[in-house]
Write a protein that binds this ligand. Structure first.
Ligand code: DGL
Length: 284
């Protein structure tokens, strides 16, 4: 039986994945979406691979119970740590992360092969962006820098002005000069794009993994004949594991629209996590 009318699941550690959701919503106006933000356990960027794997597998199982047809792992840190675990543990659910499309876009954009990636500490530690970029361009010179503070800055809504510029320029100063492409390898960073644009040399290309992932997902669903045939606008549902009010408040800023009546607390339960942790422990 066709699953085309089923929703697409979008998973993130919290509110940041709304940048990816926003791009997906624009690319796929007739799809229904269920967004799951694990606000009880965020941030993922400072957690271990094992913790992020078990949270991501548990989230994928929860979304699979909602009959999603495809999962977009919007969180860069979860994409960096947990795609192999998803492949093993939830193998019947088609999915994609955000790193492959971001890396491809960076390789397409660079002229001198020197690429800088700003991400969370966990994404940097995984080395996955550099690995994927080098698998596409063996002589690429990739430097990665963790910029955790930008997550808080974006959630606080301080996306421009003196404070944002001071913090972004302090991070940029830590990069070796000469890169011609900068990847915003974290869900939150696209909100700071105007500051990056202002502070980076004008010939540096800025790659936003959210928008390129949305295009890749739209292409993939079309190629697999999985698009929803409905002609009315798709429905949005947001589920969070803690503090739905905060998610709605910060999320409204991320999306530029009110979502309060669409946000609900979900039972991202101890049982989901325990099952995922047991499965992963039996493998390690
Ligand atoms: N969503 C995370 C990412 O893209 C950033 C926030 C967090 O650390 O949980 O890496």
């Amino acid at each position: 039986m066709s699953v085309n009318h089923h929703p697409i699941g979008v998973f993130d550690s919290g509110v940041g994945g709304l940048t990816v959701f926003h791009a997906l919503r624009e690319a796929l106006p007739h799809e229904d979406f269920i967004y799951l933000g694990d606000t009880a356990r965020l941030p993922y960027g400072t957690k271990s691979k094992h913790a992020v794997e078990s949270y991501t597998v548990a989230a994928a199982r929860l979304l699979r119970e909602q009959h999603i047809k495809f999962l977009v792992v919007a969180c860069n840190t979860a994409s960096a740590h947990a795609l192999d675990a998803l492949q093993r543990e939830v193998s019947d659910l088609p999915y994609c992360g955000v790193i492959a499309a971001g890396a491809e876009a960076a390789v397409a954009a660079t002229r001198n092969g020197r690429i800088a990636v700003l991400a969370t500490e966990g994404t940097v530690r995984s080395g996955v962006y550099a690995d994927v970029i080098r698998s596409l361009k063996t002589d690429a010179d990739v430097q990665m820098l963790s910029a955790n503070l930008l997550v808080a800055l974006a959630e606080e809504g301080w996306c421009e002005g003196a404070e944002a510029e001071a913090i972004v320029s302090r991070y940029l100063a830590q990069l070796s000069a000469g890169y011609d492409t900068l990847v915003m390898g974290c869900t939150h960073f696209p909100l700071l794009v105007s500051v990056f644009r202002k502070l980076c040399p004008s010939d540096v290309k800025i790659v936003d993994s959210a928008s390129v992932t949305a295009k890749a997902v739209a292409g993939l669903l079309a190629a697999r004949n999985m698009l929803n045939a409905q002609t009315k606008p798709g429905r949005d549902e947001f589920k969070v594991s803690d503090l739905p009010e905060r998610f709605a408040r910060v999320g409204a800023r991320f999306l530029g629209r009110d979502i309060a009546d669409k946000v609900a607390l979900t039972a991202f339960s101890a049982a989901h996590l325990e099952k995922a942790a047991n499965a992963l422990n039996s493998l390690s």
